[in-house]
Write a protein that binds this ligand. Structure first.
Ligand SMILES: Cc1ncc(COP(=O)(O)O)c(C=O)c1O
Length: 361
């Protein structure tokens, strides 16, 4: 058997997505994967634990009916967005939603628009599905260049706030893009709960817009894989036709429902992340030689004036058992992305940063 001849042709040029390093020992400070540093609040853990009973022998509700209802009626009640129960789709993490969009819209050779830099999975999936990629370089300040208004394609991906720089795009820009783009504009709001900005209200105006969100970041449920998308009911109908029958596990549905029930407490807990984001930004900006970009997400992006020092910091931090993310990619060599941790973890990071800065600055 020649495996290489049997696998799909485009897998030969395909590079799989690389997740951030994630050691399991307790003594590491993990600030490279943008997880929430706080566990789900106690009430939610109680709800999940009490759902671990004989019912787990049954298949989960394939329509996630209760969850769709609660997201629309409670979680998004004040977001001025779509309210129709056929306008919402639940995914096994927001990454699955992305995969489903490729399944619905992309034939080999179809064009997709992806910005650079942004979340790497858009490009990985575009390659997997053999799409033609039109990569648009963001401006130096990470804003969207005007060339976007003449872009063509079937899908365009906008990440707001954008990973890795953390900045949100304005609704006026997104609406204008929807008006000009002939295909579907997909906005990934995985980190939007860490800011007050959202383009959910635009769904009432733009029929070619899909907005999706995640329970992994602001709701501390990354391991249970829960996400949701809002769009015109006709789009959601097509997404439901291609999804696997039982894509959303039972415990994930229970946990997400519990998060909605206890949403106020979660918002309260996440305030600490926003405060810490301000504190880290302020304390790091004191150093000559680096600057911290303003962030709307649960991470910050630090720019080093001297590119050659960036990796030295990454390596020295790792020596001290602190992981941050560096992207060895054009235009990004002189940045590191740091997830906001607990106050204790952030203090360890700041102390380590000081020691290393004394060495190199
Ligand atoms: C921009 C962005 N979107 C989506 C995801 C994945 O979210 P989920 O866990 O809901 O699949 C990530 C994860 O890091 C991300 O950075």
């Amino acid at each position: 058997m020649e495996l290489n001849k049997l696998i799909r042709e485009n897998l030969r040029k395909y590079s799989a997505y690389e997740t951030g390093e994630h050691p399991t020992e307790d003594d590491w400070v993990i600030l490279n994967t943008n997880e929430n540093p706080y566990p789900p609040i106690q009430d939610i853990l109680v709800d999940i634990k009490s759902a671990v009973n004989e019912n787990i022998r049954l298949y989960p509700d394939p329509t996630s009916f209760e969850l769709r209802k609660e997201i629309l009626n409670v979680l998004l009640r004040d977001k001025d967005t779509l309210t129709n129960r056929n306008s919402i789709f639940i995914g096994s993490g927001s990454d699955e939603i992305l995969d489903i969009l490729f399944k619905v819209f992309i034939d080999p050779g179809d064009e997709v628009v992806i910005f650079y830099p942004t979340y790497g999975l858009y490009k990985v999936l575009a390659t997997l599905y053999d799409a033609k990629i039109n990569e648009i370089q963001l401006n130096e300040d990470f804003s969207i260049p005007d060339t976007v208004y003449s872009a063509k394609g079937k899908l365009m991906f906008i990440n707001s706030p954008n990973d890795p720089n953390g900045k949100s795009f304005g609704n006026a820009t997104i609406l204008k893009i929807c008006g000009n783009f002939p295909g579907i504009v997909v906005v990934d709001e995985a980190y939007a709960d860490f800011s007050t900005q959202t383009c959910l209200p635009l769904l009432k105006k733009a029929k070619n817009l899909i907005v999706y969100r995640s329970f992994s970041k602001s709701f501390s449920l990354a391991s249970l894989r829960m996400g949701f998308a809002l769009a015109d009911a006709n789009i959601i109908k097509e997404m439901n036709r291609v999804k696997l029958p039982h894509n959303i596990n039972y415990l994930g549905q229970i946990a997400a429902l519990s998060c909605i029930k206890h949403h106020k407490k979660i918002v309260e807990q996440n305030k600490k992340i926003l405060e810490e984001r301000e504190r880290l930004t302020k304390e790091l900006n004191i150093y000559n030689g680096i600057s911290v970009l303003p962030s709307n997400a649960n991470f910050i992006f630090i720019k080093f004036e001297d590119k050659s020092k960036t990796l030295k910091f990454v390596w020295d931090l790792k020596e001290l058992k602190i992981l941050v993310r560096h992207f060895s990619k054009p235009g990004l060599y002189n940045y590191i992305r740091v997830t906001i941790g607990t106050e204790e973890d952030n203090n360890k990071f700041l102390d380590a940063f000081k020691i290393i800065a004394n060495k190199y600055f």
